[in-house]
Design a protein around this ligand. Structure first.
Ligand SMILES: Nc1ncnc2c1ncn2[C@@H]1O[C@H](COP(=O)(O)OP(=O)(O)OP(=O)(O)O)[C@@H](O)[C@H]1O
Ligand SMILES: [Mg+2]
Length: 480
Protein backbone atom coordinates (compact mmCIF):
# COMPACT_ATOMS: atom_id res chain seq x y z
CA UNK A 1 0.00 0.00 0.00
CA UNK A 2 1.40 3.38 -0.99
CA UNK A 3 -1.02 5.39 1.06
CA UNK A 4 -3.66 4.48 3.57
CA UNK A 5 -6.09 6.61 5.52
CA UNK A 6 -8.11 5.21 8.41
CA UNK A 7 -11.13 6.64 10.20
CA UNK A 8 -10.80 10.12 8.76
CA UNK A 9 -13.20 12.59 10.35
CA UNK A 10 -13.31 16.30 9.63
CA UNK A 11 -15.77 19.05 10.51
CA UNK A 12 -15.99 22.64 9.41
CA UNK A 13 -18.27 25.27 10.93
CA UNK A 14 -21.69 23.68 10.83
CA UNK A 15 -20.81 20.71 8.57
CA UNK A 16 -19.33 17.32 9.09
CA UNK A 17 -17.43 16.96 5.82
CA UNK A 18 -16.02 13.49 6.56
CA UNK A 19 -17.07 10.87 9.06
CA UNK A 20 -14.84 7.86 9.66
CA UNK A 21 -13.63 7.34 6.10
CA UNK A 22 -11.11 4.62 5.17
CA UNK A 23 -9.28 4.97 1.88
CA UNK A 24 -6.10 3.57 0.37
CA UNK A 25 -4.02 3.58 -2.79
CA UNK A 26 -2.04 0.65 -4.18
CA UNK A 27 0.80 0.87 -6.68
CA UNK A 28 -0.38 0.58 -10.28
CA UNK A 29 -4.08 1.20 -9.72
CA UNK A 30 -6.60 3.93 -10.48
CA UNK A 31 -8.79 4.38 -7.42
CA UNK A 32 -11.78 6.53 -8.31
CA UNK A 33 -13.45 8.62 -5.63
CA UNK A 34 -17.09 9.22 -6.47
CA UNK A 35 -19.83 11.21 -4.76
CA UNK A 36 -22.34 14.02 -5.09
CA UNK A 37 -21.33 17.67 -4.85
CA UNK A 38 -20.36 18.27 -1.24
CA UNK A 39 -19.94 14.58 -0.39
CA UNK A 40 -16.40 15.22 0.91
CA UNK A 41 -14.12 14.17 -1.97
CA UNK A 42 -11.94 17.30 -2.11
CA UNK A 43 -11.75 17.43 1.66
CA UNK A 44 -10.40 13.87 1.70
CA UNK A 45 -7.87 14.82 -1.00
CA UNK A 46 -6.72 17.79 1.06
CA UNK A 47 -6.29 15.58 4.10
CA UNK A 48 -4.27 13.02 2.11
CA UNK A 49 -2.10 15.87 0.87
CA UNK A 50 -1.66 17.37 4.33
CA UNK A 51 -3.43 20.63 3.43
CA UNK A 52 -5.96 19.99 6.21
CA UNK A 53 -5.35 18.04 9.40
CA UNK A 54 -8.11 15.54 10.20
CA UNK A 55 -10.03 15.94 13.48
CA UNK A 56 -9.70 12.18 13.96
CA UNK A 57 -8.04 9.36 12.03
CA UNK A 58 -4.62 8.80 10.50
CA UNK A 59 -2.93 8.98 7.11
CA UNK A 60 0.00 6.67 6.57
CA UNK A 61 2.36 6.96 3.62
CA UNK A 62 4.90 4.25 2.68
CA UNK A 63 8.45 5.56 3.28
CA UNK A 64 9.81 7.59 0.38
CA UNK A 65 6.40 7.96 -1.30
CA UNK A 66 5.99 11.30 -3.04
CA UNK A 67 2.49 12.64 -3.58
CA UNK A 68 1.44 15.10 -6.28
CA UNK A 69 -2.01 16.65 -6.27
CA UNK A 70 -3.94 18.49 -8.92
CA UNK A 71 -6.50 20.35 -6.87
CA UNK A 72 -9.98 21.16 -8.10
CA UNK A 73 -9.31 24.90 -8.03
CA UNK A 74 -6.57 25.92 -10.42
CA UNK A 75 -3.51 27.22 -8.60
CA UNK A 76 -1.79 29.17 -11.37
CA UNK A 77 -0.60 32.76 -11.38
CA UNK A 78 -2.39 34.34 -14.39
CA UNK A 79 0.19 37.07 -15.07
CA UNK A 80 3.17 34.73 -15.10
CA UNK A 81 4.12 32.82 -18.24
CA UNK A 82 3.33 29.16 -18.83
CA UNK A 83 7.00 28.29 -18.22
CA UNK A 84 7.18 30.32 -15.01
CA UNK A 85 4.05 28.62 -13.74
CA UNK A 86 5.40 25.17 -14.57
CA UNK A 87 8.51 25.79 -12.49
CA UNK A 88 7.00 28.06 -9.85
CA UNK A 89 9.19 28.03 -6.77
CA UNK A 90 11.74 25.66 -8.37
CA UNK A 91 13.09 27.31 -11.55
CA UNK A 92 16.22 25.81 -13.16
CA UNK A 93 19.26 27.88 -12.16
CA UNK A 94 22.67 28.56 -13.61
CA UNK A 95 25.36 30.50 -11.70
CA UNK A 96 22.64 31.37 -9.20
CA UNK A 97 20.42 32.99 -11.79
CA UNK A 98 17.20 31.60 -13.23
CA UNK A 99 18.19 29.86 -16.46
CA UNK A 100 15.48 31.19 -18.76
CA UNK A 101 16.59 29.28 -21.84
CA UNK A 102 16.61 25.99 -20.02
CA UNK A 103 13.28 26.79 -18.38
CA UNK A 104 11.73 27.39 -21.80
CA UNK A 105 13.27 24.20 -23.13
CA UNK A 106 12.07 22.08 -20.20
CA UNK A 107 8.67 23.70 -20.43
CA UNK A 108 8.35 22.68 -24.10
CA UNK A 109 9.22 19.09 -23.19
CA UNK A 110 6.55 19.05 -20.44
CA UNK A 111 3.93 20.67 -22.65
CA UNK A 112 4.64 18.03 -25.29
CA UNK A 113 3.97 15.36 -22.74
CA UNK A 114 0.39 16.61 -22.29
CA UNK A 115 0.07 17.59 -25.96
CA UNK A 116 -0.46 21.30 -25.34
CA UNK A 117 0.79 23.38 -28.26
CA UNK A 118 1.41 26.82 -26.75
CA UNK A 119 4.40 29.13 -26.52
CA UNK A 120 5.93 28.74 -23.01
CA UNK A 121 6.21 32.55 -22.83
CA UNK A 122 2.44 33.08 -23.08
CA UNK A 123 0.92 34.49 -19.89
CA UNK A 124 -1.03 31.60 -18.41
CA UNK A 125 -4.08 33.84 -17.97
CA UNK A 126 -4.33 34.16 -21.76
CA UNK A 127 -4.93 30.43 -22.17
CA UNK A 128 -8.46 29.13 -22.05
CA UNK A 129 -9.49 27.34 -18.91
CA UNK A 130 -8.80 23.94 -20.54
CA UNK A 131 -5.27 25.03 -21.45
CA UNK A 132 -4.71 26.16 -17.87
CA UNK A 133 -5.83 22.77 -16.63
CA UNK A 134 -3.34 21.05 -18.95
CA UNK A 135 -0.55 23.27 -17.55
CA UNK A 136 -1.49 22.13 -14.03
CA UNK A 137 -1.35 18.54 -15.15
CA UNK A 138 2.04 19.01 -16.81
CA UNK A 139 3.39 20.58 -13.62
CA UNK A 140 2.20 17.67 -11.49
CA UNK A 141 3.68 15.11 -13.91
CA UNK A 142 7.10 16.71 -13.57
CA UNK A 143 7.13 15.92 -9.85
CA UNK A 144 7.46 12.20 -10.70
CA UNK A 145 5.37 11.21 -7.73
CA UNK A 146 4.46 7.64 -6.76
CA UNK A 147 0.94 8.78 -5.93
CA UNK A 148 -0.90 11.21 -8.18
CA UNK A 149 -4.23 12.65 -7.11
CA UNK A 150 -6.41 14.32 -9.74
CA UNK A 151 -9.43 16.20 -8.39
CA UNK A 152 -11.80 16.68 -11.35
CA UNK A 153 -9.10 17.20 -13.96
CA UNK A 154 -11.48 16.60 -16.86
CA UNK A 155 -14.29 18.96 -15.78
CA UNK A 156 -13.00 21.70 -18.10
CA UNK A 157 -11.53 19.49 -20.82
CA UNK A 158 -13.06 18.51 -24.14
CA UNK A 159 -13.29 14.93 -25.38
CA UNK A 160 -9.98 15.05 -27.25
CA UNK A 161 -8.08 16.44 -24.29
CA UNK A 162 -9.81 14.02 -21.95
CA UNK A 163 -8.76 11.12 -24.16
CA UNK A 164 -5.19 12.34 -24.03
CA UNK A 165 -5.30 12.68 -20.25
CA UNK A 166 -6.80 9.22 -19.80
CA UNK A 167 -3.96 7.91 -21.98
CA UNK A 168 -1.44 9.56 -19.67
CA UNK A 169 -3.23 8.09 -16.66
CA UNK A 170 -3.07 4.59 -18.17
CA UNK A 171 0.65 5.05 -18.87
CA UNK A 172 1.39 6.09 -15.29
CA UNK A 173 -0.55 3.11 -13.96
CA UNK A 174 1.62 0.84 -16.14
CA UNK A 175 4.67 2.38 -14.48
CA UNK A 176 3.29 1.48 -11.05
CA UNK A 177 2.05 4.91 -10.02
CA UNK A 178 -0.98 4.85 -7.74
CA UNK A 179 -3.67 7.24 -8.92
CA UNK A 180 -6.68 8.78 -7.22
CA UNK A 181 -9.12 10.10 -9.80
CA UNK A 182 -12.20 12.23 -9.19
CA UNK A 183 -14.75 12.97 -11.88
CA UNK A 184 -18.50 13.43 -12.35
CA UNK A 185 -18.30 11.87 -15.83
CA UNK A 186 -19.36 8.32 -15.16
CA UNK A 187 -18.31 7.09 -18.61
CA UNK A 188 -14.71 8.09 -17.80
CA UNK A 189 -14.86 6.09 -14.62
CA UNK A 190 -15.81 3.02 -16.63
CA UNK A 191 -12.77 3.59 -18.80
CA UNK A 192 -10.10 4.06 -16.12
CA UNK A 193 -11.20 2.75 -12.74
CA UNK A 194 -9.70 -0.31 -11.10
CA UNK A 195 -12.02 0.28 -8.14
CA UNK A 196 -14.48 2.97 -7.13
CA UNK A 197 -15.05 4.19 -3.61
CA UNK A 198 -18.31 6.07 -3.16
CA UNK A 199 -18.76 8.82 -0.58
CA UNK A 200 -22.19 9.99 0.49
CA UNK A 201 -22.61 12.78 3.05
CA UNK A 202 -19.05 12.34 4.27
CA UNK A 203 -19.29 8.58 4.74
CA UNK A 204 -17.85 5.84 2.61
CA UNK A 205 -20.86 3.81 1.44
CA UNK A 206 -18.98 1.16 -0.47
CA UNK A 207 -16.30 0.22 -2.97
CA UNK A 208 -17.26 -1.07 -6.42
CA UNK A 209 -14.99 -3.22 -8.59
CA UNK A 210 -13.87 -2.25 -12.11
CA UNK A 211 -16.63 -2.70 -14.66
CA UNK A 212 -19.42 -1.56 -12.32
CA UNK A 213 -22.37 -0.21 -14.30
CA UNK A 214 -23.28 3.47 -14.42
CA UNK A 215 -26.66 2.62 -12.86
CA UNK A 216 -24.95 0.97 -9.91
CA UNK A 217 -22.66 3.98 -9.44
CA UNK A 218 -25.60 6.40 -9.47
CA UNK A 219 -27.59 4.28 -7.08
CA UNK A 220 -24.79 4.08 -4.56
CA UNK A 221 -23.93 7.76 -4.96
CA UNK A 222 -27.38 9.39 -4.77
CA UNK A 223 -29.32 6.59 -3.10
CA UNK A 224 -31.87 6.38 -5.95
CA UNK A 225 -31.97 5.80 -9.69
CA UNK A 226 -32.34 8.59 -12.23
CA UNK A 227 -35.08 7.92 -14.76
CA UNK A 228 -34.23 10.50 -17.39
CA UNK A 229 -30.87 12.20 -17.72
CA UNK A 230 -32.02 14.87 -20.21
CA UNK A 231 -35.62 15.74 -19.38
CA UNK A 232 -36.09 18.43 -22.03
CA UNK A 233 -39.71 19.57 -22.50
CA UNK A 234 -40.06 21.50 -25.74
CA UNK A 235 -42.27 24.57 -26.14
CA UNK A 236 -43.74 26.11 -29.26
CA UNK A 237 -41.20 28.82 -30.23
CA UNK A 238 -42.44 32.42 -29.99
CA UNK A 239 -40.95 35.77 -31.01
CA UNK A 240 -37.22 36.20 -31.62
CA UNK A 241 -35.68 37.23 -28.29
CA UNK A 242 -32.03 37.26 -29.28
CA UNK A 243 -30.73 37.95 -32.74
CA UNK A 244 -27.02 37.97 -33.54
CA UNK A 245 -26.17 39.05 -37.04
CA UNK A 246 -22.82 39.01 -38.81
CA UNK A 247 -20.88 39.33 -35.57
CA UNK A 248 -17.18 39.61 -36.31
CA UNK A 249 -13.99 40.24 -34.38
CA UNK A 250 -10.72 39.92 -36.22
CA UNK A 251 -8.85 36.80 -35.19
CA UNK A 252 -11.65 35.47 -32.98
CA UNK A 253 -14.93 34.96 -34.88
CA UNK A 254 -16.31 35.84 -38.28
CA UNK A 255 -19.79 36.62 -39.59
CA UNK A 256 -21.63 34.72 -36.87
CA UNK A 257 -25.42 34.83 -37.12
CA UNK A 258 -28.14 32.99 -35.21
CA UNK A 259 -31.46 33.64 -33.53
CA UNK A 260 -33.04 32.42 -30.33
CA UNK A 261 -36.83 32.45 -29.92
CA UNK A 262 -38.98 32.58 -26.81
CA UNK A 263 -39.43 29.08 -25.40
CA UNK A 264 -36.35 27.73 -27.14
CA UNK A 265 -33.11 26.18 -25.97
CA UNK A 266 -30.52 26.73 -28.67
CA UNK A 267 -27.26 24.86 -28.25
CA UNK A 268 -23.86 26.03 -29.44
CA UNK A 269 -21.44 23.19 -29.99
CA UNK A 270 -17.86 23.13 -31.25
CA UNK A 271 -14.34 22.25 -30.31
CA UNK A 272 -12.28 24.27 -27.84
CA UNK A 273 -11.04 27.34 -29.69
CA UNK A 274 -14.00 27.35 -32.10
CA UNK A 275 -14.97 30.76 -30.72
CA UNK A 276 -18.14 29.84 -28.85
CA UNK A 277 -17.28 31.56 -25.57
CA UNK A 278 -15.83 34.55 -27.43
CA UNK A 279 -19.06 35.06 -29.37
CA UNK A 280 -21.36 34.87 -26.38
CA UNK A 281 -19.13 37.17 -24.34
CA UNK A 282 -19.12 39.71 -27.16
CA UNK A 283 -22.90 39.47 -27.65
CA UNK A 284 -23.37 40.02 -23.90
CA UNK A 285 -21.10 43.08 -23.99
CA UNK A 286 -18.23 41.74 -21.88
CA UNK A 287 -15.85 41.98 -24.86
CA UNK A 288 -15.99 44.19 -27.95
CA UNK A 289 -16.67 43.17 -31.52
CA UNK A 290 -15.64 44.87 -34.78
CA UNK A 291 -18.84 44.60 -36.75
CA UNK A 292 -22.25 42.99 -36.70
CA UNK A 293 -25.43 43.54 -34.77
CA UNK A 294 -27.09 42.19 -31.63
CA UNK A 295 -30.79 42.64 -30.89
CA UNK A 296 -32.75 41.67 -27.81
CA UNK A 297 -36.52 41.36 -28.35
CA UNK A 298 -36.26 43.45 -31.50
CA UNK A 299 -34.21 46.27 -29.98
CA UNK A 300 -30.61 46.92 -30.96
CA UNK A 301 -28.13 46.36 -28.14
CA UNK A 302 -25.10 48.66 -27.99
CA UNK A 303 -21.75 46.86 -28.12
CA UNK A 304 -19.38 46.40 -25.18
CA UNK A 305 -21.90 47.50 -22.54
CA UNK A 306 -22.76 44.87 -19.93
CA UNK A 307 -25.11 47.27 -18.13
CA UNK A 308 -27.18 47.69 -21.27
CA UNK A 309 -27.27 43.93 -21.78
CA UNK A 310 -28.57 43.40 -18.25
CA UNK A 311 -31.22 46.10 -18.66
CA UNK A 312 -32.30 44.58 -21.95
CA UNK A 313 -32.82 41.23 -20.21
CA UNK A 314 -29.74 39.18 -21.05
CA UNK A 315 -28.03 36.97 -18.50
CA UNK A 316 -24.71 35.13 -18.72
CA UNK A 317 -23.41 32.24 -16.65
CA UNK A 318 -19.71 32.37 -17.57
CA UNK A 319 -17.51 29.33 -18.10
CA UNK A 320 -14.97 30.54 -15.55
CA UNK A 321 -17.17 30.61 -12.47
CA UNK A 322 -14.36 31.38 -10.03
CA UNK A 323 -13.09 34.37 -11.96
CA UNK A 324 -16.32 35.84 -13.19
CA UNK A 325 -19.31 34.31 -11.51
CA UNK A 326 -19.02 34.71 -7.76
CA UNK A 327 -17.86 36.98 -4.96
CA UNK A 328 -16.14 34.25 -2.94
CA UNK A 329 -15.97 36.20 0.30
CA UNK A 330 -19.67 37.11 0.24
CA UNK A 331 -22.36 34.83 1.59
CA UNK A 332 -24.32 32.25 -0.36
CA UNK A 333 -27.48 34.35 0.03
CA UNK A 334 -25.86 37.57 -1.19
CA UNK A 335 -24.32 35.82 -4.17
CA UNK A 336 -27.69 34.38 -5.15
CA UNK A 337 -29.13 37.88 -4.94
CA UNK A 338 -26.32 39.68 -6.76
CA UNK A 339 -28.19 40.31 -9.98
CA UNK A 340 -31.69 40.63 -8.53
CA UNK A 341 -30.86 43.21 -5.91
CA UNK A 342 -31.44 46.13 -8.24
CA UNK A 343 -34.67 44.78 -9.69
CA UNK A 344 -36.38 43.82 -6.43
CA UNK A 345 -36.18 47.26 -4.89
CA UNK A 346 -39.71 48.17 -3.79
CA UNK A 347 -40.55 51.88 -3.42
CA UNK A 348 -36.87 52.63 -3.57
CA UNK A 349 -35.99 50.23 -0.78
CA UNK A 350 -34.27 46.94 -1.36
CA UNK A 351 -36.69 44.15 -0.55
CA UNK A 352 -34.40 42.13 1.73
CA UNK A 353 -37.07 39.83 3.09
CA UNK A 354 -38.41 38.83 -0.32
CA UNK A 355 -34.87 38.52 -1.55
CA UNK A 356 -33.99 36.09 1.21
CA UNK A 357 -37.08 34.00 0.63
CA UNK A 358 -36.32 33.70 -3.08
CA UNK A 359 -32.69 32.87 -2.35
CA UNK A 360 -33.80 30.15 0.04
CA UNK A 361 -36.20 28.69 -2.54
CA UNK A 362 -33.53 28.69 -5.24
CA UNK A 363 -30.95 27.07 -2.95
CA UNK A 364 -33.49 24.37 -2.13
CA UNK A 365 -34.48 23.79 -5.79
CA UNK A 366 -30.82 23.26 -6.70
CA UNK A 367 -30.13 21.37 -3.47
CA UNK A 368 -27.15 23.61 -2.67
CA UNK A 369 -25.29 21.93 0.17
CA UNK A 370 -24.42 24.65 2.68
CA UNK A 371 -24.53 25.13 6.44
CA UNK A 372 -26.66 28.23 5.78
CA UNK A 373 -27.30 31.15 3.45
CA UNK A 374 -25.02 33.25 5.65
CA UNK A 375 -21.92 31.13 5.02
CA UNK A 376 -19.26 32.53 2.65
CA UNK A 377 -19.77 30.97 -0.78
CA UNK A 378 -16.02 30.21 -0.94
CA UNK A 379 -16.58 27.48 1.68
CA UNK A 380 -18.86 25.49 -0.60
CA UNK A 381 -17.66 22.53 -2.60
CA UNK A 382 -16.81 23.19 -6.27
CA UNK A 383 -20.06 21.84 -7.64
CA UNK A 384 -22.16 23.70 -5.12
CA UNK A 385 -20.47 26.97 -6.06
CA UNK A 386 -21.41 26.24 -9.65
CA UNK A 387 -25.03 25.74 -8.60
CA UNK A 388 -24.99 29.16 -6.88
CA UNK A 389 -23.77 30.89 -10.07
CA UNK A 390 -26.60 29.33 -12.02
CA UNK A 391 -29.12 30.00 -9.26
CA UNK A 392 -28.18 33.66 -9.18
CA UNK A 393 -29.06 34.03 -12.85
CA UNK A 394 -32.17 31.91 -12.67
CA UNK A 395 -33.37 34.20 -9.87
CA UNK A 396 -32.76 37.25 -12.04
CA UNK A 397 -35.13 35.67 -14.58
CA UNK A 398 -33.63 37.22 -17.72
CA UNK A 399 -35.40 37.06 -21.10
CA UNK A 400 -32.45 35.20 -22.56
CA UNK A 401 -30.05 33.27 -20.39
CA UNK A 402 -26.70 32.31 -21.85
CA UNK A 403 -25.28 29.25 -20.11
CA UNK A 404 -21.60 28.63 -20.89
CA UNK A 405 -20.69 25.10 -19.76
CA UNK A 406 -23.31 25.17 -16.99
CA UNK A 407 -22.90 21.66 -15.61
CA UNK A 408 -19.14 21.43 -15.41
CA UNK A 409 -18.26 19.78 -12.13
CA UNK A 410 -21.92 19.26 -11.26
CA UNK A 411 -23.01 15.78 -10.12
CA UNK A 412 -25.49 13.68 -12.13
CA UNK A 413 -28.43 14.39 -9.85
CA UNK A 414 -27.87 18.14 -9.71
CA UNK A 415 -27.56 18.27 -13.51
CA UNK A 416 -31.10 17.01 -13.83
CA UNK A 417 -32.26 19.70 -11.39
CA UNK A 418 -30.56 22.38 -13.48
CA UNK A 419 -32.21 21.01 -16.64
CA UNK A 420 -35.60 21.13 -14.91
CA UNK A 421 -35.04 24.82 -14.11
CA UNK A 422 -34.14 25.39 -17.78
CA UNK A 423 -37.46 23.79 -18.69
CA UNK A 424 -39.21 26.07 -16.21
CA UNK A 425 -37.63 29.12 -17.87
CA UNK A 426 -38.63 28.16 -21.39
CA UNK A 427 -42.13 27.21 -20.22
CA UNK A 428 -42.39 30.79 -18.92
CA UNK A 429 -41.53 32.16 -22.37
CA UNK A 430 -37.85 32.78 -21.72
CA UNK A 431 -35.04 31.49 -23.91
CA UNK A 432 -31.75 29.74 -23.23
CA UNK A 433 -28.55 29.72 -25.24
CA UNK A 434 -26.58 26.67 -24.16
CA UNK A 435 -22.86 26.55 -24.88
CA UNK A 436 -21.54 23.12 -23.98
CA UNK A 437 -18.68 20.79 -24.80
CA UNK A 438 -20.67 17.94 -23.31
CA UNK A 439 -22.15 16.46 -26.49
CA UNK A 440 -24.82 14.27 -24.88
CA UNK A 441 -25.94 17.34 -22.90
CA UNK A 442 -26.07 19.75 -25.83
CA UNK A 443 -27.89 17.15 -27.94
CA UNK A 444 -30.19 16.05 -25.13
CA UNK A 445 -31.26 19.53 -23.99
CA UNK A 446 -31.24 21.71 -27.14
CA UNK A 447 -34.13 22.25 -29.54
CA UNK A 448 -31.63 23.19 -32.27
CA UNK A 449 -27.84 23.17 -32.32
CA UNK A 450 -25.60 25.75 -33.95
CA UNK A 451 -22.19 24.19 -34.59
CA UNK A 452 -19.15 26.47 -34.72
CA UNK A 453 -15.74 25.75 -36.23
CA UNK A 454 -12.77 28.12 -36.52
CA UNK A 455 -14.81 31.14 -35.43
CA UNK A 456 -17.61 30.56 -37.93
CA UNK A 457 -21.01 28.95 -37.96
CA UNK A 458 -20.43 25.61 -39.66
CA UNK A 459 -24.08 24.63 -39.70
CA UNK A 460 -27.25 24.03 -37.72
CA UNK A 461 -28.70 20.70 -36.65
CA UNK A 462 -32.16 19.78 -35.31
CA UNK A 463 -32.91 18.26 -31.89
CA UNK A 464 -32.13 14.58 -31.57
CA UNK A 465 -29.17 14.73 -33.96
CA UNK A 466 -26.20 12.43 -33.41
CA UNK A 467 -22.76 13.08 -31.93
CA UNK A 468 -21.21 12.07 -35.26
CA UNK A 469 -23.16 14.74 -37.14
CA UNK A 470 -22.13 17.42 -34.65
CA UNK A 471 -18.49 16.35 -34.84
CA UNK A 472 -18.53 16.28 -38.64
CA UNK A 473 -19.47 19.98 -38.63
CA UNK A 474 -17.18 20.87 -35.73
CA UNK A 475 -14.05 19.74 -37.56
CA UNK A 476 -15.03 21.44 -40.82
CA UNK A 477 -12.33 23.51 -42.52
CA UNK A 478 -13.06 26.82 -44.27
CA UNK A 479 -11.44 28.41 -47.28
CA UNK A 480 -9.59 31.54 -46.22
N1 LIG B 1 -12.78 25.35 4.08
C1 LIG B 1 -14.04 24.98 4.35
N2 LIG B 1 -14.80 25.65 5.23
C2 LIG B 1 -16.06 25.27 5.50
N3 LIG B 1 -16.69 24.23 4.92
C3 LIG B 1 -15.98 23.52 4.01
C4 LIG B 1 -14.64 23.85 3.68
N4 LIG B 1 -14.21 22.97 2.75
C5 LIG B 1 -15.23 22.13 2.53
N5 LIG B 1 -16.31 22.45 3.29
C6 LIG B 1 -17.59 21.74 3.31
O1 LIG B 1 -17.35 20.35 3.39
C7 LIG B 1 -18.27 19.61 2.62
C8 LIG B 1 -17.54 18.73 1.63
O2 LIG B 1 -16.92 19.54 0.64
P1 LIG B 1 -15.95 18.97 -0.48
O3 LIG B 1 -15.35 20.13 -1.14
O4 LIG B 1 -15.05 17.97 0.12
O5 LIG B 1 -17.01 18.24 -1.46
P2 LIG B 1 -16.75 17.49 -2.84
O6 LIG B 1 -17.18 16.08 -2.64
O7 LIG B 1 -15.37 17.71 -3.29
O8 LIG B 1 -17.81 18.19 -3.81
P3 LIG B 1 -17.71 18.67 -5.36
O9 LIG B 1 -18.13 17.50 -6.19
O10 LIG B 1 -18.75 19.74 -5.45
O11 LIG B 1 -16.35 19.16 -5.61
C9 LIG B 1 -19.18 20.65 1.95
O12 LIG B 1 -20.37 20.76 2.69
C10 LIG B 1 -18.38 21.93 2.04
O13 LIG B 1 -19.21 23.06 2.07
MG1 LIG C 1 -14.57 18.75 -4.88
Amino acid sequence: MLLSARGITKSFTGVKALDGVDFDVRPGEVHVLLGENGAGKSTLVKILAGVHAPDRGTVHRAPGTRLAVIHQELALVPRLSVAENLFLGRPPRRWGFVDKARMRHDARRLLDRVGLAVDPDTPVGDLGIAGQQMVEIARALDLDAQVLVLDEPTAVLTDTETDRLLGIVAGLREQGVGLVFITHHLDEIRRVADRITVLRDGRSVGTLPRGATVERMIELMVGRTIAEQYPRRRERPGEVLLSVEGLTRAGAFHDVSFQVRAGEVVGIAGLVGAGRTEVVRAAFGVDRYDSGRVEVAGRPLPGHDVGAALRAGLGLVPEDRKGQGLVLTSTVGDNLGLVTLRTTARSGLVDRVGQRRRAREMAAALRVRTAGLDRPVGELSGGNQQKVVIGKWLMADPKVLVLDEPTRGVDVGAKVEIYELVNRMTAAGRAVLLVSSDLPEVIGMSDRIVVMAHGRVAGELPAGTTQDKVMALAVQEFQA
